[in-house]
Write a protein that binds this ligand. Structure first.
Ligand SMILES: Cc1cc2nc3c(=O)[nH]c(=O)nc-3n(C[C@H](O)[C@H](O)[C@H](O)COP(=O)(O)OP(=O)(O)OC[C@H]3O[C@@H](n4cnc5c(N)ncnc54)[C@H](O)[C@@H]3O)c2cc1C
Length: 457
C-alpha cells in the first residue's frame, strides 16, 4: 500500500492541482497537509491583508477536500518539522508539492529532499509539480543565457509553446481516517493586527466565480479598458493567482486568442511567468538592483511619509496610494505612476516603496512586486530605464473625468473637471490649510531635472 503526503503551499485549490492529481493517481492513501509556516509568519512578508486572505483560502480548501472524502491536516510551526512528523506518523512513501521559485521556496524544497534522502534514508520520495507558474523557469532560454532579461523575446517564445492543459479536480481523495487534522488557527493567532482593507472574498470558489464573470464578457474589452483607472476593466484575479486559488494554466487554456482583448490579457499572464523566471535566476531580485544605475537614493522621511499616506499633492498619485490603503489592491496603471513618482520624482529607493506595497497588497508577490518595482525604477528589465511618468498627463489620459481621483481623495470632491488633475493651477484654490488637500511636494520639472542629472542621462 502506497501513502502520499501532499504539501500545499501557495496552490490552495483542488482544480488543476498537478501535485494532488499525481498523488491521487499513484497512491492508495493521500494525506493533504498545510503548514502555517512560522518562518513566513515571523517575517515582514506576513502582512495582515495577505494572511487573512490565506487563512480564508485554507478554510475553503479544507471544505473542498472534505467534499472529496478527505480533510486537510493543518499544522503550525516549521515546515520541515511538520512534514517529518506527518511522514513518520502515516508512514508515507511519497511527498508531492508544487515547485516554486523564490530563494525561500527553493531552500524549503532542498531541505525536504535532504530529509527524504538523508534522515529517512530514501524511504520517502519527493516529487515536485508545476502548480504555480505555467512555463517553468529554464524551460525556455535565450541563446547565450540561462534566463530572459527582456520581455518581448520571452513572450514570443512563451506564446509559441504548447502549454500544459489544466487537470480536473479529483472526485475522491482517499485519506486515511485516523489522522488528527488539527484545529484551524484564528487570524489573531497568526498576525498582531487586523487586516486594514476592504478585501475581496478569498477562496477557490470566489476565484472561480470571478474567472467565470471575467471570461463571460469583460475580457474582450481588456485591451481598451485595462488602463482606465476608474473602470473595472481588469480581471482582479491577482490575489487568487498569488495564493493559487486559481491556476494560471486554467486561465491560459480559457483564452481565445482570436479576440484582441484576450491576447492582451494573455500577455499579462506571460508577464507573471516572466517575473517568476527572473526571480528564479536572480533570487536577490527583492534586494539588489538587477541592472544597477549606481543610484545614490535620497533619504527624505517627510516625502516618503507623504507618499505613503497619499498626500503628495498630485491627485492621481494620492488616489493610488489611498486605494492601496483602503482596498489592499491598486490598479496596475496607478502602480506604475506611484512607483515612478517615488523612485524618479522623489528619487527614493525602490525597496522602500516595494516593501510598503508588500505591507498592504493582498496580491503582494515577490516575483511580480519586486520585478515590477525594479522595472519602474529603471534598475530592472525596462529597456528605457530613465523614463518618467508625468503624473498630470497620465491622470488626464487615464482618468479623464477625475472619477478615480474623486473616489479616493475626498478633499477634491468639489474641484471642477479641468482642475482635478492639477488643482494647484485653479485660480483661487487654497491648498495646504488644515484638513485641506496639500500643494505638490515637488515641482515636476525640477524633479525631472534632478533625476536626469542623478542618472547622468
Ligand atoms: C510597482 C508594481 C508593483 C506590482 N506588484 C504586484 C504584486 O505584488 N503582485 C502582482 O500579482 N502583481 C503586481 N504588479 C502587476 C500588476 O499591477 C497586477 O498584477 C495587476 O494590477 C493585478 O490586477 P488584475 O488581476 O486585475 O490584473 P489583470 O490586468 O487582469 O492581469 C491578469 C493577471 O496577470 C498578471 N499580471 C498583470 N500585470 C502584470 C505585470 N505587470 N507583471 C506581472 N504579472 C502581471 C497578474 O497575475 C494578474 O492578476 C505590480 C505592478 C507594478 C507596476
Amino acid at each position: 500500500m502506497t501513502t502520499a503526503v501532499v504539501l500545499f503551499t501557495r496552490d490552495l485549490r483542488v482544480h488543476d492541482h498537478p501535485a494532488l492529481t499525481a498523488a491521487v493517481e499513484r497512491a492508495d492513501r493521500v494525506v493533504p497537509l498545510f503548514v502555517f509556516d512560522d518562518a513566513i509568519l515571523g517575517s515582514r512578508y506576513a502582512a495582515p491583508n495577505r494572511v487573512s486572505h490565506l487563512l480564508d483560502a485554507v478554510v475553503e480548501l479544507r471544505s473542498a477536500l472534505g467534499e472529496r472524502g478527505a480533510g486537510l491536516v493543518v499544522r503550525r510551526g516549521e515546515v520541515l518539522d511538520a512534514v517529518r512528523e506527518m511522514v513518520v506518523e502515516v508512514r508515507a512513501d511519497e511527498l508531492h508539492l508544487s515547485s516554486d521559485v523564490s530563494g525561500y521556496a527553493r531552500r524549503r524544497e532542498e531541505a525536504l529532499r535532504s530529509l527524504a534522502r538523508d534522515e529517512l534514508e530514501g524511504r520517502l520520495r519527493v516529487y515536485t509539480h508545476e502548480g504555480i507558474v505555467l512555463v517553468p523557469p529554464g524551460e525556455i532560454e535565450p541563446s547565450g543565457g540561462d534566463h530572459f532579461k527582456v520581455f518581448s523575446p520571452y513572450w514570443r517564445r512563451w506564446v509559441a509553446l504548447e502549454h500544459r492543459q489544466p487537470e480536473p479536480a479529483p472526485s475522491r481523495v482517499p485519506m486515511p481516517t485516523a489522522i488528527r487534522t488539527g484545529t484551524m488557527p484564528r487570524l489573531d493567532e497568526l498576525v498582531d493586527t487586523a487586516p486594514g482593507a476592504d478585501l475581496p472574498p478569498a477562496g477557490e470558489s470566489a476565484a472561480r466565480t470571478r474567472m467565470e464573470e471575467w471570461f463571460d464578457g469583460p475580457v474582450d474589452a481588456y485591451e481598451e479598458r485595462r488602463n482606465l483607472l476608474a473602470e473595472d476593466g481588469t480581471s482582479r484575479l491577482s490575489p487568487y493567482l498569488h495564493m493559487g486559488e486559481i491556476s494560471v494554466a486554467e486561465l491560459v487554456a480559457r483564452v481565445d486568442r482570436s479576440q484582441e482583448g484576450q491576447e492582451a490579457f494573455l500577455q499579462e499572464l506571460c508577464w507573471r511567468d516572466f517575473n517568476h523566471q527572473m526571480l528564479a535566476a536572480r533570487p536577490d531580485l527583492p534586494h539588489s538592483d538587477i541592472r544597477t544605475q549606481h543610484d545614490r537614493w535620497r533619504d527624505d522621511e517627510d516625502a516618503i511619509e507623504a507618499w505613503k499616506q497619499g498626500r503628495t499633492g498630485y491627485p492621481v498619485v494620492d488616489a493610488g496610494m489611498r486605494q492601496l490603503l483602503r482596498d489592499g489592491w491598486m490598479h496596475n496603471r496607478a502602480r506604475m505612476i506611484v512607483a515612478s513618482f517615488l523612485t524618479k520624482h522623489l528619487y527614493v529607493d525602490w525597496r522602500v516603496g516595494a516593501w510598503h506595497f508588500m505591507d498592504h497588497l493582498v496580491d503582494g508577490d515577490l516575483a511580480n512586486n519586486f520585478g515590477q518595482w525594479q522595472w519602474t525604477a529603471g534598475t530592472g528589465t525596462d529597456s528605457r530605464p530613465n523614463r518618467m511618468f508625468n503624473p498630470v498627463t497620465q491622470s488626464e489620459r487615464y482618468d479623464p473625468q477625475g472619477t478615480y481621483i474623486r473616489r479616493y481623495v475626498d478633499e477634491l470632491a468639489d474641484v471642477d473637471d479641468p482642475h482635478i488633475h492639477a488643482p494647484w493651477e485653479a485660480e483661487g484654490t487654497l491648498l495646504g490649510g488644515e484638513g485641506d488637500y496639500p500643494p505638490p511636494i515637488v515641482d515636476h520639472r525640477e524633479a525631472r531635472a534632478r533625476f536626469l542629472e542623478a542618472r547622468d542621462a
